[in-house]
Design a protein. Structure first.
Length: 224
């Protein structure tokens, strides 16, 4: 360990966050800081990009494919402070290609926001194998592939963040429902915990966070 102050606490009763005081820098001392935001086309990712731009950060945000997205609209008003990159996190070759394109760049923060919910809603046993695999690969496997591939772009005192969900809580699951999604975020939490355990000597901050349920698109279907 580098001796940096550490705080461990829980969000929504489950999501364990291992955080050092550098996270304060993330929100207060943000001049000319650089963030690589994976999954920024819309929703919470777009809102995060907007907030970081407002705070003076330089943002590289990713979308899937070539279609115009709300992130492109946001970028129109912000000149060189925002760049748009492309990656589908479920395609390892695209992650590798993104890493290649970003060679030589450094970021104070890598934040993996990309995620999906399962459709249609139902119990885990009712889900098709295809849908189960889609959600688990996107939400649980892919963020770790992204982190493993891109972590070396993060500065030695930087931060790696991942968007989890309160729905990933095992202890708080008293109703069932949203079961494939819940399982994917519970798996994500475990995989990030494993990553943290394997990188105990890494001075960088690792954040696994659960937002409050806040996207209108998901209202009534998959609250966080
Ligand atoms: N909304 C909530 O209340 C809530 C609560 C707890 C946790 N969360 C988590 O917060 C994150 C964002 O949620 P949201 O509500 O903003 O969802 P959203 O509006 O559906 O946005 C999801 C984002 O992830 C991207 N994405 C999905 N699959 C991807 C892939 N294979 N490769 C690259 N990008 C991909 C989407 O890109 P496209 O535009 O290309 O689809 C989009 O930018 C998710 O991880 C979600 O689980 C949300």
């Amino acid at each position: 360990m580098d001796g940096a102050p550490r705080v461990g606490f829980r969000v929504s009763g489950l999501t364990e966050i291992v955080i050092r005081t550098t996270i304060v820098v993330m929100t207060t001392n943000n001049s000319a800081r650089r963030v690589l935001l994976i999954g920024a086309s819309r929703g919470l990712g777009l809102a995060l990009a907007q907030e970081w731009l407002r705070g003076g950060w330089q943002v590289v945000g990713t979308v899937r494919g070539a279609a115009a997205t709300p992130l492109h609209e946001l970028a129109d008003g912000h000149g060189a402070d925002i760049e748009i990159e492309t990656v589908d996190v479920t395609v390892p070759e695209q992650i590798a290609a993104l890493r290649e394109r970003l060679a030589g760049r450094t970021f104070d923060l890598l934040f993996v926001n990309a995620g999906v919910t399962n459709e249609p809603e139902g119990t885990v046993a009712e889900a098709s194998t295809e849908e189960f695999v889609r959600v688990m690969v996107t939400n649980a496997l892919s963020p770790l592939r992204v982190i493993e591939a891109l972590a070396d772009l993060v500065t030695p005192t930087g931060t790696i963040g991942v968007m989890s969900s309160g729905q990933g809580s095992v202890a708080n699951n008293e109703t069932g429902g949203h079961e494939v999604y819940r399982g994917s975020k519970a798996a994500l939490n475990t995989f990030v915990r494993s990553y943290a355990a394997r990188h105990r000597e890494d001075a960088r901050t690792l954040v696994l966070m659960a937002p409050a349920g806040c996207a209108p698109r998901w209202a009534g279907r998959a609250p966080g």
